[in-house]
Design a protein around this ligand. Structure first.
Ligand code: DC
Length: 212
């Protein structure tokens, strides 16, 4: 069974997807981590992350795998380095190249074969798994998402975090391929005023009431 969740950064989808996977005994697969890994590897190799051909060539040269939930680049666990401000900034432009998207989608679909998974990203309900049994779209206002980000990473300034979030939203929505949008038939949850546990309950209730 596939449970797919899409939504903007800070909507709570990563944390909730992980919680739902744990409670149901499913495997958690975060598609954003793959775009982040290609971005990180390009930066590590001195490649300009906006040079699409060089980023693609590098991406084709390396191997991404997932081990115990952590993304590995050529066998090395790099999960802890995927959320630096530089990777945050460049993952969206890297993910706007349709050729990179094909690489990620192929990898994700092959990992998901014959497994029960909870997956999340920007286009998992629309492009990667349009036939997933359960499709959700999480949303939250930009100001709520900025405050969540500050709670995770104190010390940053509210206005610049809000600006960065709005800028990423714009890039994620305006992508020619794999843009963030609500899939037909997806269950929409506004997480602005809900706790993570409450969102998790809503997802599990929806899954359990439809799968009997
Ligand atoms: O969810 P995240 O912030 O870790 O995602 C990193 C970047 O990758 C983000 O800019 C959006 C992009 N992304 C995407 O284009 N498609 C996905 N399925 C997942 C993430």
């Amino acid at each position: 069974m596939i449970i797919a969740i899409d939504g903007p950064a800070g909507s709570g989808k990563s944390t909730v997807a992980r919680m739902v996977a744990e409670r149901l005994g499913f495997y958690f697969l975060n598609t954003g981590s793959f775009y982040r890994a290609y971005t990180l590897s390009a930066l590590d190799n001195g490649i300009d992350p906006l040079d699409r051909d060089a980023v693609l060539e590098n991406a084709r040269r390396i191997t991404l795998t997932v081990k115990d939930g952590a993304v590995c680049i050529d066998g090395k666990d790099e999960e802890g380095r995927l959320h630096s401000p530089l990777v945050d900034r460049y993952a969206s432009p890297v993910s706007s190249d349709p050729r990179i998207r094909e690489l990620v989608n192929g990898a994700v679909r092959s990992i998901a074969k014959d497994m029960d998974i909870v997956t999340e990203g920007r286009d998992t309900t629309t492009v990667v798994f349009p036939d997933a049994q359960f499709r959700f779209y999480f949303d939250a206002s930009p100001s709520v998402r900025a405050r969540r980000r500050l709670a995770d990473q104190p010390g940053e300034d509210y206005e610049s975090v809000l600006h960065a979030i709005e800028e990423r939203d714009r890039m994620d929505r305006e992508k020619a391929v794999g843009a963030l949008r609500i899939a037909d038939g997806a269950i929409v949850i506004d997480t602005s005023l809900l706790t993570l546990n409450q969102v998790c309950e809503k997802v599990i209730n929806a899954v359990q009431s439809h799968s009997v």
